[in-house]
Design a protein around this ligand. Structure first.
Ligand code: CTP
Ligand code: CA
Length: 227
């Protein structure tokens, strides 16, 4: 961004962004994961940096490159992601974009689970993962601006409003991830910004443009929050 002459409203501000999926081990060779390319979260980290913020990206396992101008911390599981995020507090801004696995195996097997000829498949017992956004939204060192996402396939707005409340976020970026939208893994996204003020419907655009507009929105709302 050397030739980028945009104003830098986030100069002197720190931001934490989570991105990508998490992997929850079942045994040494198997894991539970969500679908997530990391494209949207990585782009948001880069755009916040372009506005002058000092950004740390906490990324789950993805195949895309670390964004430039951002410090990237690589983690695997939800618990590792939470640890990394908490270590980065205090911060001015937190944007939780990661598709965190809601559950992990109740006990990770130390050895590869083997098939037993003639026997039923092994049961997979699950336990709930910590909610990183909710933890940050209610933290003693809560960032001034906390932003979450809501990935939904139905009742988008109602579910996003419930998440806004439950997680203590300033706003939720709601996106419809139904398979026919192509959002998961694709390059385009259509989001709605859900806050206490209401719902703002953005047109469909590429994920880079969503990220740029979101970074601007974050800068604007941070100004308002501080003023
Ligand atoms: N999130 C998180 N930690 C979790 C689960 C979700 O930080 N363990 C964050 C996501 O990064 C996102 C927001 O919470 O910013 C909403 O995630 P989503 O999966 O849509 O919501 P959940 O609360 O997990 O509810 P559900 O999956 O049942 O819709
Ligand atoms: Ca979830």
């Amino acid at each position: 961004h050397l030739l980028d002459d945009r104003p830098r409203p986030l100069a002197g501000k720190t931001a934490i962004v989570t991105s990508g999926p998490t992997h929850e081990p079942i045994d040494p060779v198997r894991y539970i994961a969500n679908r997530s390319s990391g494209k949207q979260g990585h782009a948001i980290a880069a755009e916040l940096a372009a506005l002058g913020a000092r950004v740390t990206l906490v990324s789950g396992p993805v195949t895309i490159a670390d964004p430039q101008g951002v410090a990237t911390v690589h983690v695997e599981s939800a618990r590792e992601m939470l640890d990394a995020v908490e270590q980065l507090l205090p911060a001015d801004i937190a944007v939780m974009v990661a598709a965190v696995a809601d559950w992990r195996a109740a006990g990770e097997a130390g050895e590869k689970i083997k098939k037993k000829p003639g026997k039923a498949p092994p049961p997979l017992k699950l336990t709930e993962n910590p909610d990183i956004l909710r933890t940050v939204g209610h933290h003693g060192k809560r960032p001034t601006l906390v932003v979450g996402f809501a990935a939904e396939t139905q009742n988008l707005i109602d579910n996003a409003k419930a998440k806004l409340e439950r997680k203590g976020a300033d706003f939720i970026v709601a996106n419809d991830v139904s398979p026919e939208t192509g959002v998961m893994g694709g390059d385009r996204n259509r989001v709605r910004i859900v806050s206490a003020k209401g719902v703002d419907d953005w047109p469909e655009m590429d994920k880079q443009s969503v990220a740029a507009r979101l970074a601007g929105e974050i800068a604007r709302r941070l100004q308002t929050a501080i003023a």
